[in-house]
Structure formats: C-alpha cells, structure tokens
Write a protein that binds this ligand. Structure first.
Ligand code: THU
Length: 157
C-alpha cells in the first residue's frame, strides 16, 4: 500500500502569533469581504493575495441572480492577480468570511474549484502558496501549500 503525504497545518484561536505581513494580508481580506456582492447567500467572502513584489491584491465573492454565474472570492482574486501580474509569484492568500446570518466559528475553506485553480498557479510558479484561513471568532488555520488542500489536482501534462 502506498501513502499520500501527511497533511500539516497550524491552528490557533487568535491572530497573536501572526507576522505583521500576515496580519495586514488578513485585514485586507476582511475589508474586501465587507465589499463583497453577496445578496443571495448573505455570506461575504474576502481574499487577499500577497505577491512577490509585496503588493497585495484583494477580491471578494460576486454573486448573480443566475446563481452559477457568480464567482468565489478566491478565484476572483487569483484571476485578477494573474491577469495583471502574470509573472509574479503568489506567496500567500488570506481568506475570511462574514455571514449576515450567524457568527461563523469555522474559517471559509476554499471550495474544490478554487483549490483546483490555486493548485495550478502554485504548480506554474513552482513555489508554494501559503493559505491563511480566518473566522470572525478568531479561529485561524494555516496551510503551507495548496497541495495540502488538494493533493492530486487535475493536470493535463
Ligand atoms: N464562496 C466563496 O467565495 N469561496 C469559496 O471557496 C466557497 C464559496 C462564495 C460563493 C457564494 O457567493 C457564497 O460563498 C456562498 O456559497
């Protein structure tokens, strides 16, 4: 029997152990969540990507009356970052959510499609993208790489 690699992650109940840079990234994601267009789910997601040039690109979920036409915060942000900076390495992505209906205890884990998209950018740049997930109650989970969230991503090569 073969084994897939062990998934490592860090888990905290507050942001005290975060670096200044990670805090700024998270704060940017939170501010972006506040600007999300989520009138249908009332679940506002914000993401912020730190690039190699130290610029931060922020995005949020954009919903639509035709539900499948909407887009997740992670993909809005990653596509935008890659569209304007195709050659910049993505060092980290912070993701957080604000629900109009409840106090969230779990951070927003990226959906499968967003994991697939992030996995391809990670593989393309051959450098891991750290993933920082945060819930309103302080619950913080950090993964070192998209591979930890999506081993065996789809590839065509
Ligand atoms: N959503 C995200 O922004 N990211 C995810 O990874 C999963 C879900 C959004 C889509 C929709 O606007 C709302 O959250 C509820 O599903």
């Amino acid at each position: 029997m073969k084994n897939c690699k062990q998934i490592e992650y860090e888990e905290f109940d507050n942001i005290d152990s975060l670096s200044e840079t990670d805090r700024l990234l998270l704060q940017t994601a939170f501010k972006s969540a506040e600007k999300a267009y989520a009138p249908y789910s009332k679940y506002h997601v914000g993401a912020a990507i730190l690039l190699d040039n130290n610029e931060i690109i922020a995005g949020n979920n954009q919903e639509n009356a035709a539900y499948p036409s909407g887009q997740c915060a992670e993909r809005v942000t990653a596509f935008y970052a890659s569209a304007i900076y195709p050659d910049q390495t993505m060092k980290a992505i912070a993701i957080t959510a604000i629900s109009e209906e409840s106090n969230l205890s779990m951070p927003p884990f990226p959906c499968g499609s967003c994991r697939q998209v992030l996995a391809e950018y990670e593989s393309r740049q051959q450098q891991p993208i750290r993933i920082i997930l945060y819930a309103q109650n302080g619950h913080l989970i950090i993964f070192k790489s998209v591979q930890d969230l999506l081993p065996w991503a789809f590839v065509t090569h």
